[in-house]
Design a protein around this ligand. Structure first.
Ligand code: G6P
Length: 607
C-alpha cells in the first residue's frame, strides 16, 4: 500500500522524509520519491524500486529545503516507473497520494478540454491538476484544495506542497488514513503514527472527510463541510504503534473504518485500474477444463466463500461446492484431481482449514489460498496465493479481512469467467467499473454510523434477532447474525428470506427485530414480499436498503438505514459495513468488549 509523509522542519528535511518512508516500507511498495522547496522552488527526486535507489539518487543529487513531502508507491494506475512515481507535480504544487481517485478518467477529459497536458498514466496527477485549475482562477492554496476536494471521488489520502509557501502543507483524508505529528516548532504528516515515530509521539488523526492546514505553529483541522474542528492530540508509545487505535475506541471500529482503503488496495492487486482490465492470474489449473470448484473455510471466512460461490457460479458458470472446514475434513469427501479448491482464511493458521487443505492436496486437487497473512501456513501450502491486503486485523471479530476476502473472491470469479470465455471484454470492463466503485461506496456507507447507533439502542433490548437476505445478501444475513452473537451474546439467526415461511415465521412478534438486507438487485422484489409477510404478522422490521427501498416496500418499517446506490453485483462488499456497525454499536451500548468477546479467539489453531 502507498505510504505518505510530509515534514515542516527547522533544518534540512530530505533525510527525515526518507527515514519516515523507511517506517512505511512494511506496507509494500515498488517506487519512491520526495519533493522539497529549495529557495521556494519545487524540486523532486524519484526512483523505481526500493528506497536505497532513492537514497543513492539523493547522494548524487542532494535536495535541500526545510519543507517537503515523500511517498512510497504501490502501483495501481500505471506501471511502477520513475515517471509514475510520486510526488506528482503541477504548475506551482506537488502532491503525494494514497488510494484511488475513482473519477480520474472523467477529470482527465475535463482537464484535457481546458488545455491541460499529462505527464503520467496515474490517477494522482489529476489530484494535482485540479488544484492547479482552481488556483488559476485566483484562489489561495487553501481555497483551491478545499474546492478541488469536492471534485475528487474515491477513497484516498493526500498531502499538497506549494511553490513559494515555505510554511504550508495541506492534507486530506477521504477513506484512507492520515495522521498529524506535533514536534517542537516542527510538524509532520504521515499515513500512520509509525512513520512519525522517529520525530514525535504526539499525534492527531484526521477523521473521515477532514482536511488539515499544517504550518510550523500547528494544525487547523476542517471537516468535510469546511468547518474548523478540533481533533484530539494523543501520545502514542513507540512500542505499540502498529497496534494503534487512532481516534477510535476499539480496534474493531478502526478496522471497520479502514475498509475503503484496504478493499481498494486488495482490488488494485487484481485489477489494472488504468486499463480497467483484470491483471493476469497464475491459475494452478486451466480454468477452461475445470468442472467444479470447492471452497473451504471457517467462520466469517466461510461467509465470504459463500458469497464467492454465488459469484463464481454467476460469472464463470462453474458449479461450486462450499463447506465449513471442520465438516469437510472428516466427511471423506471425494476430491476431483482435476478440480480447484479455494481455501479462505484471514490468519492462514486455522487448524480445520489447514487440515482440509492438506486433505485435498493429498487427493490431487490444485489449490488457491485467499489469505491475509502472507507468511502463514495456509499461504505457504497452497499452490497459488490470492492475497487479501487488509493489513493486521486485531479485533477478534473479522471485519476488514472479510470485505477484502469478498474483493479477492470477486476478482477470482471474474478472472475465472474471463478465462473460461463466459464473460466478454465489454462485460469485464462494466463489472470491473462496478467493483472498483465499492471503496468509495463503503466510505459513503460509513456515514450511516450515527443512524446505526440509534438502531443499536433498540436492538440492545432484544432477546433474539432474525436476519434475512436473498441471493448474495443471504450470506450477509448469516454474517450479521454471527457478528451480533459474537459481540453482544444476543441470540441471532441468519436465514435465506425465501425460507422464512418454512419455519422462522413462527417466531415473528413485536419483540424480535427482523433485519432485512435488501440491496436493489434482481431479487429485491422477492425480499419485499418477505418483508410484507413479517409486517402482516406485526413484526418489527429494520431495513437496510437504498433510499427508495422504504417507499417501495410499502410496509411499516420501524427502522431504516438508507444506503447509497450500489450496483447489484457487488453489493455485499458495501452492505457488510452497516451489518458490522450494527453489531459493534449494540455491543458498545450493552457494555460488552467489542474487541475481545468472551470465549472467542482470533486464530483458532486447535480443532
Ligand atoms: C475465528 C475468528 C473469526 C474467523 C474464524 C476463521 O472464529 O474469531 O473472526 O472468521 O476464526 O479464521 P480465519 O483466520 O481462518 O479466517
Amino acid at each position: 500500500m502507498c505510504g505518505i509523509v510530509g515534514v515542516l522542519a527547522q533544518g534540512p528535511v530530505a533525510g527525515s522524509i526518507v527515514a519516515a518512508l523507511k517506517r512505511l516500507e512494511y506496507r509494500g511498495y515498488d517506487s519512491a520519491g520526495i519533493a522539497t522547496l529549495e529557495d521556494g522552488r519545487l524540486q523532486r527526486r524519484r526512483a523505481e524500486g526500493k528506497l536505497k535507489n532513492l537514497e543513492a539518487k539523493l547522494v548524487a543529487e542532494p535536495l535541500g529545503g526545510t519543507i517537503g513531502i515523500g511517498h512510497t508507491r504501490w502501483a495501481t494506475h500505471g506501471k511502477p516507473t520513475e515517471t509514475n512515481a510520486h510526488p506528482h507535480a503541477a504548475r506551482g504544487l506537488a502532491v503525494v497520494h494514497n488510494g484511488i481517485i475513482e473519477n480520474f478518467k472523467a477529470l482527465r477529459e475535463e482537464l484535457a478540454a481546458k488545455g491541460f497536458g499529462f505527464a503520467t498514466e496515474t490517477d494522482t496527477e489529476v489530484a494535482a491538476l485540479v488544484v492547479e485549475d482552481e488556483m488559476a482562477s485566483g484562489k489561495t492554496p487553501v481555497e483551491a484544495v478545499s474546492a478541488a476536494l469536492k471534485r475528487l471521488r474515491g477513497a484516498f489520502a493526500l498531502v499538497y506542497l506549494f511553490e513559494g509557501e515555505e510554511d504550508l502543507l495541506i492534507g486530506a483524508r477521504q477513506g484512507a488514513p492520515l495522521a498529524v505529528g506535533y514536534g517542537d516548532g516542527e510538524m509532520y504528516l504521515g499515513s500512520d503514527a509509525l512513520a512519525l515515530a522517529p520525530f514525535t509521539d504526539r499525534v492527531a488523526y484526521l477523521d473521515e472527510g477532514d482536511w488539515v492546514v499544517v504550518t510550523r505553529k500547528g494544525a487547523e483541522f476542517h471537516d468535510a463541510a469546511g468547518k474548523v474542528v478540533q481533533r484530539r492530540v494523543q501520545v502514542s508509545p513507540a512500542g505499540s504503534l502498529l497496534a494503534e487505535k487512532g481516534n477510535y475506541r476499539h480496534f474493531m471500529a478502526k478496522e471497520i473504518h479502514e475498509q475503503p482503503e484496504v478493499v481498494g488496495h486488495t482490488l488494485a492487486h487484481y485489477i489494472d485500474m488504468s486499463a480497467m482490465r483484470l491483471k493476469p492470474f497464475d491459475w494452478p489449473v486451466d480454468p477452461k477444463t475445470l468442472s467444479k470448484v470447492t471452497i473451504i473455510a471457517c467462520g466469517t471466512a466461510h461467509v465470504a466463500g459463500l458469497v464467492g460461490k454465488y459469484w463464481i457460479e454467476r460469472f464463470a458458470r462453474l458449479a461450486v461446492e462450499i463447506d465449513v472446514a471442520s465438516e469437510f475434513r472428516y466427511r471423506e469427501a471425494p476430491v476431483d484431481p482435476n478440480g480447484l479448491t479455494i481455501v479462505v482464511s484471514q490468519s492462514g493458521e486455522t487448524a480445520d482449514t489447514l487440515a482440509s487443505l492438506k486433505y485435498v492436496k493429498e487427493h490431487g486437487s490444485k489449490t488457491i489460498g485467499v489469505v491475509n497473512v502472507p507468511t502463514s501456513s495456509i499461504a505457504r501450502l497452497t499452490d497459488v496465493a490470492a492475497p487479501t491486503l487488509a493489513g493486521p486485523e486485531i479485533g477478534v471479530a473479522s471485519t476488514k479481512a472479510f470485505t477484502c476476502q469478498l474483493a479477492a473472491m470477486a476478482a477470482l470469479a471474474l478472472g475465472l469467467g474471463k478465462a473460461r470465455g463466459t464473460l466478454s471484454d465489454a462485460e469485464e470492463a462494466t463489472l470491473l467499473a462496478e467493483l472498483v466503485s465499492t471503496p468509495a461506496l463503503i466510505a459513503e456507507a460509513l456515514k450511516l454510523e450515527r443512524a446505526t447507533e440509534k438502531i443499536a439502542q433498540a436492538v440492545a433490548r432484544a432477546r433474539d434477532v432474525l436476519y434475512l437476505g436473498r441471493g448474495t445478501s443471504y450470506p450477509l444475513a448469516l454474517e450479521g447474525a454471527l457478528k451480533l452473537k459474537e459481540l453482544t451474546y444476543i441470540h441471532a439467526e441468519g436465514y435465506a428470506a425465501g425460507e422464512l415461511k418454512h419455519g422462522p415465521i413462527a417466531l415473528i412478534d413485536q419483540a424480535m427485530p427482523v433485519v432485512v438486507i435488501a440491496p436493489h438487485d434482481p431479487v429485491f422484489e422477492k425480499t419485499v414480499s418477505n418483508m410484507q409477510e413479517v409486517a402482516a404478522r406485526g413484526g418489527w422490521l429494520i431495513l437496510i436498503g437504498e433510499t427508495h427501498a422504504k417507499a417501495e416496500a410499502a410496509v411499516e418499517i420501524e427502522h431504516f438505514l438508507p444506503m447509497p446506490e450500489v450496483g447489484a453485483n457487488f453489493a455485499p462488499i458495501v452492505y457488510a459495513v452497516p451489518v458490522q456497525m450494527l453489531a459493534y454499536y449494540t455491543a458498545v451500548i450493552m457494555g460488552k468488549d467489542a474487541d475481545q468477546p468472551r470465549n472467542l479467539a482470533k486464530s483458532v489453531t486447535v480443532e
